[in-house]
Structures are given as structure tokens and as C-alpha cells.
Design a binder for this molecule. Structure first.
Ligand code: SF4
Length: 288
């Protein structure tokens, strides 16, 4: 099944320099005068120059979930059990006052996540997609919101191009909630440490349990490793590019792997692959 894009969505992709292939109807023969005028007219988006990337990934193998060990030994099972029983509001409050790892000493704000407004006080928002990134950066730490700045803009635009929105503000769009594995910024944007991931993991686990998304899009190495440790052998050592193109499971929720938007800003050629990942995620949602 092909993902149908209207002219506006295609224009958005062009604007983002996401060059994808889609079938083009053969143009009818035109009179010579009309052909001359057409030189200045807007042209249809070109196909990929080399090895066209399909607009929609081929049917992807689904990797079955297996029992999942923690990324690192959890320090306190009692704490994890308490978090696993929290409602949405209690979870937010717990994150905002959390001192379970050393990152609490350097953060300006915790970054719980962002998505559509909640219908009731204790209830989580209704979402279709969960986007999981790595950790807050400087701007996210200052604003208390994930994926702001250029990377956030790129993520929002790419999501919007497939009809997904973080605030659910676009009519007819599927709603997304956006989180990070870590809720506090590692100083200097260093990589998350194993013990920090282990301490913060119960929050992500509870967010997923409460949100019950139809699909999880894991962007970047740490999100992928955190979500797929245990269900994918040697996920810690496999390059992210080799993990793409399949549908995995995190406790029964389908997971699609993609590149982090910050990486895409530095690696323009990878945008077409990220677009193919989004199409795979959308097709997976449609097939549910
Ligand atoms: S990173 Fe997570 S575990 Fe560490 S202090 Fe922040 S919220 Fe708590």
C-alpha cells in the first residue's frame, strides 16, 4: 500500500530537502508553445538521482519481543515498582522532583515530554505515536520541552508531512507525544551514562504503559538501545543504519528505528532514509 501525499506535503518535503521517489503519471503531449512556457513553470519533484529510495518501505519483517533485561541493573526495585503504579499526574510530579541520579544537580528543568492537552487531570493524553529521543539539550533544558530548536523544527515538519502533530493542533492529524530516554540534560550534551539510563528508565516505561501508543519511533542510538535491549541481540554494538527497516516490539508496541533529527541536520543525504522510516511507521499504524 502506497502512502499518498498531496501537493502540499510534497512541497514540504522539498522544502526540507527530503528527496523521495514517487510514481509520476506520464505527461500528456503538449503543443510547442505550451512547452516553451513550461520551462519557467514549477516542475514536479525529481526522482532520487542514485538508487531511488522507495516512498514506502517494502513489507517489513516484524521482530518478536523477547523478555527484556534492564540496560543496567536497577538500583532500587521498590522505586521502580512505585513508578509503575503512578497515574499521569503523579508521574509528572515525580519526574519534576526526581533526584535519583546525579543529573538532578546540573539541570535547569526536567523535561517530562510534550503532546496534546490532557482531557482530564490524571489521564494521559490520547496519542497515536510516541517519539523517543535521547536526552534534553541546552535549549530543551532551558525550556523544559523536548525537541525545540532546529532539530525540533525538522522533526515537526517531517511528522507533519505524514499527517502527525505533537500538539494535535492540525485537524485530522494523528497525535504524537515526544519524550526522551533521560528527563534531565547531561552536562555539555555528553552521552548518557548507563546508571543514568537505568535510573530514568522506569519513567519512560510508565509513560509508554499509560500512553499506549500505536507506534513508537525511536530516534537515535540511545533511544534504540534503551528500547530494544533484550529483544535485539547485540543492539548495543550494531550501527543504527543496520537496525533500520524492520518493525520491532517494545512490550507489544511496534517500534520503528530512525535517525535523530540533530544528526539529519548534519547529514542531509540521510533525510531520505528517515523519510522512508516515517513511511514504514505510518504503514505499520495503518495496518493495525
Ligand atoms: S535523569 Fe531521570 S533519574 Fe536522573 S534525576 Fe533526571 S529524572 Fe531523575
Amino acid at each position: 500500500m502506497a502512502l499518498e501525499l498531496d501537493a502540499r506535503q510534497r512541497a514540504m518535503l522539498e522544502e526540507m530537502h527530503v528527496r523521495v521517489w514517487w510514481p509520476q503519471a506520464p505527461a500528456p503531449a503538449e503543443p510547442a508553445a505550451a512547452q516553451a512556457e513550461a520551462v519557467a513553470a514549477p516542475v514536479a519533484p525529481p526522482p532520487m538521482a542514485a538508487r531511488p529510495a522507495p516512498a514506502v518501505a517494502a513489507p517489513a519483517p516484524v521482530v518478536a519481543a523477547t523478555p527484556r533485561p534492564a540496560v543496567a541493573p536497577a538500583a532500587d526495585d521498590g522505586r521502580a515498582a512505585a513508578i509503575a503504579a503512578m497515574d499521569w499526574t503523579a508521574l509528572q510530579q515525580s519526574v519534576s522532583g526526581c533526584e535519583a541520579c546525579k543529573l538532578c544537580g546540573t539541570r535547569k528543568n526536567t523535561v517530562f515530554g510534550v503532546g496534546p492537552a490532557v482531557p482530564q487531570a490524571e489521564a494521559p493524553p490520547r496519542v497515536d505515536w510516541l517519539i523517543v529521543g535521547e536526552a534534553p539539550g541546552e535549549q530543551e533544558d532551558l525550556r523544559g520541552e523536548p525537541f525545540v530548536g532546529q532539530a525540533g523544527k525538522l522533526l515537526d515538519n517531517m511528522l507533519r508531512a505524514v499527517g502527525v502533530s505533537r500538539h494535535g493542533e492540525v485537524r485530522g492529524a494523528q497525535a504524537a507525544f515526544i519524550v526522551n530516554v533521560l528527563k534531565c540534560r547531561p552536562p555539555g550534551n555528553r552521552n548518557p551514562a548507563l546508571d543514568e539510563v537505568a535510573q530514568c528508565e522506569p519513567y519512560l516505561k510508565r509513560q509508554i504503559a499509560l500512553l499506549q501508543p500505536k507506534i513508537i519511533l525511536a530516534v537515535g542510538r540511545f533511544a534504540v538501545q534503551s528500547l530494544l535491549a533484550g529483544s535485539v541481540p547485540d543492539v548495543q554494538t550494531q550501527p543504527l543504519g543496520r537496525l533500520r527497516g524492520k518493525v520491532y516490539r517494545y512490550e507489544a508496541v511496534p517500534v520503528v528505528v530512525s535517525y535523530h533529527p540533530a544528526y539529519l541536520l548534519r547529514s542531509l543525504p540521510e533525510k531520505a532514509k528517515a523519510w522512508a522510516d516515517l513511511c514504514l511507521a505510518m504503514e505499520t499504524v495503518k495496518s493495525l
